[in-house]
Write a protein that binds this ligand. Structure first.
Ligand SMILES: Nc1nc2c(ncn2[C@@H]2O[C@H](COP(=O)(O)OP(=O)(O)O)[C@@H](O)[C@H]2O)c(=O)[nH]1
Ligand SMILES: [Mg+2]
Length: 292
């Protein structure tokens, strides 16, 4: 049988479970997950290779109306992902908000292969799920309308089968043992950000960026020095907490997950810095890797 390979890009509203889905498809936690919108800020590739196929998934930021320059960059990622997809997965949740009509229209006009995934059926009833399926059928042509639960791993195998069936014939794009195209230090920074998203409230999760300054392997130990950047002095105080206790907790939790991810012992040092208004500053965004 001929070899198949292609780019499958997962797009949709915030919080529909795009990152959870990619992780379940990969059987590996690559993308951070949280109940907060705007958790995913970059395109995160997961490369799944079988004997005769290679599926290159991209997880993308949820579609939002941009309020900051950062959001414009994030929506740039979504636009690229629409353009270079061989197959688009439009992620929706049974109970969630409707995807913007402009986005649905654009996908329709592109005429690309599309799978509409209706996620979080574990939170819904059979009747509601059927309603959602027929609604999407009337709205946009697709090769499949598939109800799933990413969290409970329901119908993920079926989805993967449909994806592979619909990949174009092509040699692989990446070595078969490669899982992603991003460096390990990117994932270390993301894991730290995930803990911040989980533990802090209000504006803090949205105002924080994490950069790994140094990532060095010394035998079995990986030494990581990371900077947590926030927008205001007052946020810095909250992030650090009384006697540094809050940041310490982030460090402990993040180190445990980074160790699991790398399969190595980790030494992690975190410092907090303020960069005024970084989310709206061209130079800062560029420096942090959000390119136009
Ligand atoms: N009940 C339920 N929750 C889910 C499911 N998939 C994702 N979630 C939750 O929805 C929230 C957003 O998930 P995430 O993958 O970060 O969504 P994204 O913003 O689309 O990437 C998280 O709290 C997930 O645990 C699902 O199938 N069922
Ligand atoms: Mg996400």
């Amino acid at each position: 049988m001929a070899h198949k390979a292609g780019f499958i890009n997962i797009i949709g509203n915030p919080n529909t479970g795009k990152s959870t889905l990619m992780n379940k498809l990969m059987g590996e936690k690559l993308s951070i997950v949280s109940p907060k919108a705007q958790t995913t800020r970059h395109r995160i590739r997961g490369i799944l290779s079988g004997e005769d196929y290679q599926a290159v998934f991209s997880d993308t930021p949820g579609i939002i109306e941009p309020a900051y320059l950062l959001h414009h960059r994030m929506m740039g990622v979504v636009n690229h992902a629409l353009e270079d997809a061989d197959l688009i997965i439009l992620m929706t949740a049974v109970s969630g908000d409707d995807v913007l009509p402009e986005v649905a229209d654009r996908i329709k006009k592109m005429g690309k292969k599309l799978i509409v995934v209706i996620n979080k059926i574990d939170l819904s009833t059979q009747e509601k799920v059927e309603e959602a399926v027929s609604l999407w059928k009337s709205k946009i042509p697709a090769i499949a309308y598939l109800p799933i639960s990413a969290k409970e791993k329901f119908n993920i195998d079926t989805l993967l089968r449909v994806i592979i069936e619909n990949l174009p014939e092509s040699p692989p794009f990446f070595p078969k043992d490669q899982l992603t195209d991003l460096p390990e230090k990117f994932f270390a920074a993301e894991i730290i950000r995930e803990k911040i998203l989980t533990f802090y409230k209000e504006e803090i999760p949205y105002s924080v960026e994490v950069q790994v300054d140094s990532f060095k392997e010394e035998g079995e130990l990986v030494k990581i020095y990371a900077v947590v950047i926030t927008e205001r002095e007052s946020q810095k105080g909250i992030l650090i907490g009384k006697k540094g206790i809050a940041m310490k907790r982030i460090g402990v939790e993040a180190r445990r997950d980074i160790e699991r991810f790398l399969g190595k012992k980790v030494y992690l040092e975190l410092i907090v810095k303020v960069k005024n208004n970084w989310r709206n500053t061209e130079n800062s965004l560029r420096h942090f890797g959000y390119n136009p």
